[in-house]
Design a binder for this molecule. Sequence first.
Ligand SMILES: O=C(O)CCC(=O)C(=O)O
Length: 280
Amino acid sequence: MRIGCRQKMKSIIKSFNQQGFAILHGVLASACIEAVKRECEKLVDELATKLLALGRISDTYDDEPFEMRLIRLYENHPSETPTIFRRELHLRGFFELFAHPRLLTIAQAILGPEIRLYPNYSVRPKLPENRRTEVLWHQDAGYTSAEADILRMVNVWLPLVPVNVENGCMEFVPGSHRGGVVPHEKDEYYLRIHDDHIQPVVAQAVTIEINPGDVVIFSNLLFHRGLPNRSDHVRWSVDFRYQDATQPTLRNTQGHLLCSKKHPSNVVRDAVHWAELEFQ
Ligand SMILES: O=C(O)CCC(=O)C(=O)O
């Protein structure tokens, strides 16, 4: 690794360890983002075809831009809008992102040589003014199990459109990853950190306004939320997690191995192989 790269890597890891997150500007090539967007467009196409076949719409809005089409398709059925795609992501265009060499190098520097894609990878089309997409203050580890603070992970989040406070960017409490898993309670759609733990620190929260090509990595213990979308377009984003593959997932699903010295033949080989696999 060149000296400049080594220094950058050091400052990313320092920020991840101290603040609980690090922003990587311009790390993804536009071809990588475009490949993901094309796959998302195909998922929306499939939904449009289904809605038309069911007689729910009379126009599939093929000419609407990426950040508008879902709004048009569901304008008469707002309670049915998709909020997350997960099982659908075994498509070739996602592989270059999930197995991005620079992201994997960072994950290996933090977690060690054995890296799994944790069985929790998502595309979120966050439609405006939809409470089902407003993700409340939580720690990812709060969703896993009582032993979740043993899981060593690097969470990855990236936008497919520019994100800001208005359209529902992420919000983090720097340093909040240091105290282990705190109590969560069930709200209508999501878990939320108990008020006794979020209220004392909420004023320290920072908003993560970034652009396609940028990525933010963060700890699975960091207090974070996705703000509501108050704009007139869809806030598209992708989130996934790398985990130290020597650990259990603490779920019924096992994810997919992306780097391994111990079991190299089990690593997902390429985009074709990824598309043959399933969410598991
Ligand atoms: O994208 C969002 O609004 C929330 C995502 C989130 O909470 C996560 O990736 O853990």
